[in-house]
Design a binder for this molecule. Sequence first.
Ligand SMILES: *[C@@H]1O[C@H](CO)[C@@H](O)[C@H](O)[C@H]1NC(C)=O
Length: 326
Amino acid sequence: MRTNMFNRRKWRQATMYAVGSVKVKLLLSCCIVFALLAFTTRTPSFVGWKNRSDALYKSSLPKKGYALLINTWKRNDLLKKSISHYASCPGLQSIHIVWSEPDPPSDSIIKYLNHVVQLHSKDGREIELKFDINKEDSLNNRFKEIKDLKTDVVFSIDDDIIFPCASVELAFSVWQSANDAMVGFVPRVHWVDESKGDQGNFVYGGWWSVWWTGTYSMVLSKAALFHKKYLSLYTYEMPASIREYVTKNRNCEDIAMSFLVANATGAPPIWVKGKIFEIGSTGISSLGGHSEKRTECVNRFVAEFGKMPLVSTTVKAVDSRNIWFW
Ligand SMILES: *[C@@H]1O[C@H](CO)[C@@H](O)[C@H](O)[C@H]1NC(C)=O
């Protein structure tokens, strides 16, 4: 009896294995046939499908696009590169340059940028270019309210990183599904420091923490889309002590914005997959002591808000056309 059962089980395993290997072989041959089709024949209908999916996607993009809100400081060459790139993106409606240098922009850079913008203003699209000139040099300048903004959403960006238009359009379409959320490319995380008791002490985690845990609770405003209403909330509604802290420490305006949006929505931000090209070489994040300063900011803002508003998540948005296996 026992041997009988044993044999039967063995037999079943053998057949399962056989069926499995047939499936694997079938799948492999399908892959090979498909690859051959794709690479050798390049039939028009195969190429046609790609074009069709692009056309389908483009036709669904709304007329009303996004505004570029770019923060720059004494790096005219980077500014030129960035603007030249983003002006070519189809959804871009206007460009707002946050200028906080002591000297106003030179005639030559104004001329250059106007030329670039004109070059891409065709097919009925007119890109607006504006400098927002500030007397005081404060990181809060980047979140000033923009008067007469025609779009609902701004794409806030630093002058030293570039994202391909396809990545920006993806983030824009994610934002359209979640108008209140902050949608961005650079995630960061916070957690409770358990060695310091169970409340009140939070730690700021950089990219490696996000990578290790797959969890994030902020997206940085150096590369994020958000509704323009948050600009006026930041400038007029948020406690002035937070803006003063940002000005004094020359840091953490992005964390403050993440707190503000999380407090308003009670929801996490959305991380979108995008290709990043860094065109500048130095940034404050490469200086020492950066993460301690950021941790200080988080704890300070928790005290100001009277709670920890940030919400963690593990969700990431990707372009499904680039994913083959579901
Ligand atoms: C947080 O949100 C609440 C409820 O919307 C609001 O009353 C409060 O002023 C916000 N706090 C800050 C610091 O913005």
